[in-house]
Write a protein that binds this ligand. Structure first.
Ligand SMILES: Nc1ncnc2c1ncn2[C@@H]1O[C@H](COP(=O)(O)OP(=O)(O)OP(=O)(O)O)[C@@H](O)[C@H]1O
Ligand SMILES: [Mg+2]
Length: 353
């Protein structure tokens, strides 16, 4: 891979309809060269459709797509400088891994010898040096996945597209292969658009996450932006779990807001909120519980479950049922306990909507 190849991707007001159904409403998006951007969202929100339009396997109904500054909106797939790793990695079962990687190179006009040399290098890049003679069936799922990545990489595309590349792997292997893909992307500095519906995976690999909902963008930003400053309760609950708790925004002072839940007062970043009714996204591990009869914000434990390194509680409060993750495992509170509910400094955000 030649890092100078890395191209940008721009979607300008892209819309895609299938008959009367609008799959993508009005999508505008920029991917900077050399970065990994994830499209994340629930099933049916339009991730694959977006990726297929980028690959040239579908064409927008309106709007423009640019790759490396060049308008490719109506170009067919084979005239675009992208390659795609599909969800089912579709290796040729009768070809060994070296031939699988070399195949596309030969089709693009390289001699057999050159193609094989490049393919060897591709296998080396993904940590499979010396495995070229194995058939797909003689490789583990993770190794097959890496052959599929090598096969796409050796074509030296401006942009690498990955559609749920880890979905066929078990949980442990998923974590390892996602780390490998991210390390490879950072080392070689190629541009990648990565589709997943797994928020952990998105948080772990991305420079930027684009959360999609119903054919549009719900919010985009760095993993930290999305987690710490969710724009809506949908995002707060989709990126990590969150309790959405009604509150009173009592006072704004500079960039800080004082909020109240019952008699409890708490200071959080204001994020443009104005005094009045509001909502807080509260992470399960940002809540404390202490046995107490009377409290500024009180609750009653309804359910407790011991999970080794933490206890999970559900507590009934005036703001609804709270889901709480408490690391102090040596003093479990039994169901029925009256508790004082407190908030920690991190993990609480005003939701702007
Ligand atoms: N060829 C098609 N004809 C009609 N509708 C389609 C077509 N392709 C996709 N759709 C619809 O467009 C919407 C978005 O589909 P898409 O495959 O992009 O979703 P996705 O976000 O990739 O979902 P998943 O996580 O389930 O893979 C869905 O409602 C789907 O049914
Ligand atoms: Mg899909």
């Amino acid at each position: 891979m030649n890092p100078a190849q890395a191209g940008s991707v721009v979607f300008q007001n892209v819309r895609k309809t299938f008959g009367a159904f609008t799959a993508i409403h009005d999508l505008s998006l920029t991917v900077e060269p050399g970065t990994l951007v994830t499209l994340l969202g629930p099933s049916g929100c339009g991730k694959t459709t977006t990726l297929r339009m980028l690959a040239g396997l579908e064409h927008p109904s309106s709007g423009r797509i640019l790759i490396g500054g060049k308008d490719v909106t109506m170009l067919p797939a084979n005239e675009r400088d992208v390659s795609m790793v599909f969800q089912s990695y579709a290796l040729f079962p009768h070809m060994n891994s070296l031939d699988n990687v070399a195949y596309g190179l030969e089709s693009s006009g390289l001699s057999k010898k050159e193609a094989r040399q490049k393919a060897e290098h591709g296998l080396e890049l993904v940590g499979l040096a010396g495995m070229g003679r194995r058939l797909p069936a003689e490789l583990s799922g993770g190794q097959q996945q890496r052959v599929a990545v090598a096969r796409a990489l050796v074509l030296e595309p401006q942009v690498l597209l990955l559609d749920e590349p880890l979905s066929n792997l078990d949980a442990r292997l998923r974590r390892r292969v996602r780390t490998e893909i991210r390390e490879l992307q950072q080392r070689l500095q190629f541009t990648a658009v990565y589709v997943t519906h797994d928020q952990d995976e998105a948080l772990a690999v991305s420079d930027k996450i684009v959360v999609m909902k119903d054919g549009g963008i719900a919010q985009e930003g760095s993993p930290r932006d999305l987690y710490e400053a969710p724009a809506s309760s949908f995002i707060a609950d989709f990126i990590g779990e969150a309790n959405v708790v009604p509150c009173e925004i009592i006072d704004i002072s500079g960039t800080q807001a004082t909020v109240g839940i019952e008699g409890l007062r708490h200071v959080v970043p204001a994020r443009g909120a104005r005094p009045g009714r509001g909502k807080l996204a509260v992470r399960p591990n940002a809540i404390t519980v202490e046995p107490a009869e009377n409290a500024a914000f009180s609750g009653r434990i309804r359910h407790a479950a011991y999970l080794g390194d933490h206890i999970e509680y559900e507590a009934e409060t005036s703001g609804g049922t709270l889901y709480i993750v408490d690391p102090s495992v040596d003093r479990p509170l039994p169901p029925g306990t009256q508790v004082a509910i407190g908030l920690k400094n991190r993990g609480i955000a005003i939701i702007a909507e």
